[in-house]
Design a protein around this ligand. Structure first.
Ligand SMILES: [Zn+2]
Ligand SMILES: [Zn+2]
Length: 468
C-alpha cells in the first residue's frame, strides 16, 4: 500500500522500535542544507518567512517550571484532572474560550482571530502505570490505583506527554500574544487517555464536532528518541495500527505434587506464548510487517498449587488491514488449539482491551507542514520519518470531522548521546518511550517542539503562507 514508505523502512539501518526513525539516511534536504552551509544551532531557529516569533527566554523559563511540575505529578489515563486544570487556567489567562470536562477531563480552548482557516493543535496528557528510574531532580514518586487491575501502581511520564502539554501551552501563549501576526481560529485541544485509546474517542462522543469549530487541519507531535532539536515527518502511514487483547486460559486446579489430577494452565499458557512466536516468523510474508508481544502472563501464587486459570495480555501491531485480520485469526487459532491440546475444560475467552487506528498523514497538508518546518527550523533539522510500530488515537479527532491531519516526531535525546550511540552502532541502547529511563533533555527539546508547532500552523494562519 505504501511502497515508498516500506522501502525506506526496510533499508533503514536503525530498524528497531526504539529508533523509530531513520536518523540521517535518505536525507537529501539535510545534504543540501549542509552544502549551502546552512546549519543553525539547535534551538537557534531562523524565521525566514514566518512572522510568529520564537518563544522568549522568559516564556521558556516559565514553561520549564510548568513542565517539571507536570512531570513530577503525572496522572493515569482519563484521570488527568490536575494537568487539565493547569492547561485550562493557562488558556483562560491567554484569552481563549475554554471548555473543560470534554470527554471526561479533556480541555478545548478556542481563540478566534478574524476570518481565516481553523487549525486544531492537539496534546495528550496522560502518564503510564510504571516506576520512573531517571534520577532526575523532578522525577515522579507518585502512585495511584490503576483502573485496569484495581492495584496500586507507580505513575510516570515515561512517554513524554508532559512535554506535549508544555509545547502546546507555550504555542497557545505565543499565538495569543501575537494576534496581529495571524488570522483565523486556533483550537488548542488537551486530550486525556491516549495510552488506553479512550481519550480521543471520549471527546468525540462528548460532542466535539458539534460543540467546537471545524478545523481545516489537525496537527499533533510526539517526543521521540531522536536527537533533540530535530524533527521527523513524512506523508502517508506514519504510525501502526494496534490491537490489545486479554485472553483467559482455563485449567483445573490441584496439588502441585499430583499434576495427573489437574489441567495445568501454566504449561498451557507457556506453550501458547511459544507457539505465538511462529505467527510472524512462519505465517507473515517478508514484504509484510507485524509485531506480536505478550506483555503480561499471570497465573498462580504458590509453588505447590496448580492454579485454575492463566491470563495473557497481548499487543499486535500492523500496517495493513489484511495482515491485521490474518494475525488476529492466527492468534485466536493458536491459543484455542493449545487449550484443546492441553485438555482445557472450556475454551479460552478473548477480550479486546484497546484498538488504535493507523496514523496516516495527509499528503498535501504534510507537504505544507514539512516546507514550513524546513523554512523555520532549517532543512538540516527536518528528516523524513519512517513508519513506526508505535500507535496513536490522534487521527480519531480528524476522522470525526473528516479533515486532514499531520503528525510528526520531535527529538528528545541529548544530541551528543544520540550521535555517540549512532557512531558506536548501538542506537537501541537509547532509552525509548515507555522505558523507565526515558528522560527528554529539557533544551533544545522544549524550544524545538514549540517552534515546530508554530511552523506547522503557519501555512494556515499566517498571511501569505496559505495554500502554497
Ligand atoms: Zn506511550
Ligand atoms: Zn505517547
Amino acid at each position: 500500500m505504501h511502497p515508498t514508505r516500506r522501502s525506506i523502512f526496510r533499508t533503514c539501518s536503525c530498524l528497531a522500535v526504539s529508533s523509530l526513525l531513520c536518523a540521517t539516511a535518505f536525507h537529501p534536504a539535510s545534504a543540501q542544507a549542509q552544502q549551502r552551509g546552512a546549519s543553525p544551532a539547535p534551538g537557534a531557529a531562523s524565521q525566514p518567512q514566518s512572522t510568529l516569533p520564537a518563544p522568549s527566554e522568559a516564556l521558556l523559563t516559565e514553561i520549564e517550571g510548568i513542565y517539571k511540575d507536570i512531570h513530577a505529578n503525572p496522572e493515569l489515563s482519563m484521570q488527568e484532572r490536575r494537568t487539565a486544570g493547569i492547561a485550562a487556567e493557562w488558556l483562560r489567562k491567554q484569552g481563549y474560550e475554554v471548555a473543560e470536562g470534554v470527554g471526561g477531563v479533556g480541555v478545548v480552548g478556542v481563540l478566534r482571530n478574524g476570518d481565516g482557516a481553523t487549525v486544531l493543535l492537539r496534546a495528550d496528557m496522560d502518564a503510564l502505570p510504571m516506576q520512573e528510574n531517571t534520577g532526575l531532580p523532578y522525577a515522579s514518586s507518585k502512585t495511584g490505583i490503576d483502573p485496569a487491575n484495581g492495584q496500586e501502581t507507580a505513575i510516570a511520564h515515561s512517554c513524554g506527554h508532559d512535554m506535549h502539554v508544555a509545547w502546546l501551552m507555550a504555542t497557545a501563549h505565543i499565538l495569543s500574544e501575537n494576534r496581529d501576526k495571524w488570522r483565523g481560529t486556533v483550537v488548542a485541544l488537551f486530550q486525556p487517555g491516549e495510552e488506553t485509546a479512550e481519550g480521543a474517542k471520549a471527546m468525540v462522543e462528548d460532542g466535539l464536532v458539534r460543540r467546537f469549530p471545524k478545523p481545516d487541519v489537525v496537527l499533533g507531535q510526539h517526543v521521540m528518541p531522536l536527537a533533540a532539536g530535530q524533527v521527523a515527518i513524512s506523508s502517508g502511514t506514519i504510525l501502526s495500527r494496534s490491537d490489545s487483547l486479554e485472553v483467559m486460559l482455563f485449567g483445573r486446579g490441584g496439588h502441585g505434587s499430583s499434576p495427573e489430577t489437574t489441567v495445568d494452565p501454566v504449561v498451557m499458557a507457556a506453550s501458547a506464548v511459544t507457539q505465538l512466536q511462529t505467527v510472524v516468523s512462519r505465517e507473515i510474508g517478508m514484504t509484510d510487517q507485524a509485531v506480536i508481544t505478550v506483555g503480561a502472563l499471570q497465573a498462580g501464587s504458590s509453588a505447590n498449587i496448580i492454579p485454575e486459570r492463566a491470563l495473557l495480555r497481548l499487543n499486535i501491531r500492523t500496517f495493513d488491514d489484511q495482515v491485521r485480520e490474518r494475525v488476529l485469526a492466527s492468534v485466536r487459532r493458536i491459543i484455542t488449539q493449545q487449550a484443546e491440546l492441553s485438555r482445557s475444560p472450556k475454551p479460552p475467552t478473548f477480550k479486546t482491551l484497546s484498538t488504535f487506528p493507523l496514523t496516516i498523514n495527509d499528503e498535501d497538508a504534510t507537504r505544507k507542514v514539512a516546507e514550513a518546518l524546513r523554512e523555520r527550523m532549517g532543512a538540516d533539522r527536518v528528516q523524513p520519518a519512517s513508519a513506526a510500530s508505535a500507535s496513536e488515537d490522534f487521527t480519531v479527532l480528524a476522522r470525526a470531522w473528516d479533515v486532514p491531519s499531520v503528525y510528526w516526531l520531535v527529538g528528545g535525546t541529548d544530541p551528543d548521546t544520540y550521535a555517540k550511540a549512532q557512531k558506536e552502532g548501538r542506537p537501541n541502547d537509547i532509552p525509548s518511550n515507555h522505558s523507565p529511563e526515558f528522560a527528554p533533555v529539557l533544551q533544545p527539546t522544549l524550544r524545538a517542539g514549540i517552534e515546530a508547532m508554530l511552523a506547522a500552523a503557519s501555512p494556515w494562519l499566517v498571511s501569505g503562507q496559505a495554500h502554497r
